[in-house]
Design a protein around this ligand. Structure first.
Ligand code: ADP
Length: 248
């Protein structure tokens, strides 16, 4: 097995208030994992500390065997740009750039040769079915198309892992379903490792694995294995109701 993310006794406190406690988590290459839990359970914090957006206060995190504690501030920034892709609920696209320019931005910033950019773009455009919108601006496309653009931008650098924080949160149910199918497709086609925070059982049912957080600790996890998506949905629902508390 080939771990992409590994945490040991990972902890985070704000002042004296612990928000994450002793989290030992291993994410293998190619996994599509959901992080679920009630509001305030630490889902976003967990994603933020693993993705180096926020600092952890205890324990250790390795990404592809690189200890994050060993990296200084500018090394962390470079590491983040090279190894991680991000998909946010509100897309984070630049309004003054076309869809194509938005997708290529991470490569343009690295002064990647134009030919290589086109070569990398092509399979992603095909997989996400976004050829028709490449020359449009974000204001001219739908929410679902914006999120597919954000997906393309997240994977154009071939990151070790894509972090998705409530990626379906702003989408209507049809666009959300389409996006989840695209994520499954990217995970299958390119072997993209995806860690997705969601409060939505339906979204989580598209994943291969679901981790449940409560009060900053991992309290349960499920693997879909050979289960149908419908059965996995039921298992997640059941697990969540046993844990109690409303998941949001
Ligand atoms: P979730 O994503 O599961 O809703 P969060 O990770 O956003 O949970 O928050 C976990 C806990 O950490 C909450 O109790 C929240 O109030 C607290 N928290 C988050 N960010 C900060 C911050 N910047 N300062 C203080 N407390 C924070």
């Amino acid at each position: 097995m080939n771990p992409v993310i590994r945490t040991k006794n990972l902890a985070k406190s704000y002042g004296k208030t612990p928000v994450l406690r002793n989290i030992d988590l291993t994410v293998q290459a190619g996994e599509f994992t959901a992080v679920m839990g009630p509001s305030g359970s630490g889902k976003s914090t967990l994603m933020n500390v693993i993705s180096t957006i926020d600092r952890f206060t205890g324990g250790e995190v390795w990404l592809e065997e690189q200890s994050l504690l060993q990296l200084g501030k500018s090394e962390l920034r470079r590491f983040r740009q090279e190894k991680m892709g991000f998909i946010f609920q509100d897309y984070n696209l630049l309004d003054t750039l076309t869809v194509k320019e938005n997708i290529l931005l991470p490569l343009s910033l690295r002064r990647c040769p134009a030919e290589e950019m086109e070569a990398r773009l092509e399979p992603i455009v095909r997989a996400l079915n976004i050829r028709d919108i490449l020359d449009r601006y974000p204001s001219e496309i739908s929410g679902g198309q914006k999120q597919r653009t954000a997906c393309a931008r997240a994977i154009i650098t071939k990151p070790a892992v894509v972090f998705a924080d409530e990626p379906t949160g702003a989408l209507d149910s049809r666009s959300a379903t389409q996006l989840l199918e695209e994520l499954v497709n990217l995970n299958g086609t390119f072997g993209t490792t995806i860690l997705m925070v969601t409060h939505d059982i339906y979204a989580a049912s598209y994943c291969k694995r679901v981790i449940f957080l409560r009060d900053g600790a991992v309290v349960n996890e499920l693997y879909s294995g050979e289960m149908s998506q419908r059965d996995f949905y039921d298992r997640i629902l059941e697990t969540q109701s046993i844990m109690g508390g409303k998941v949001r």
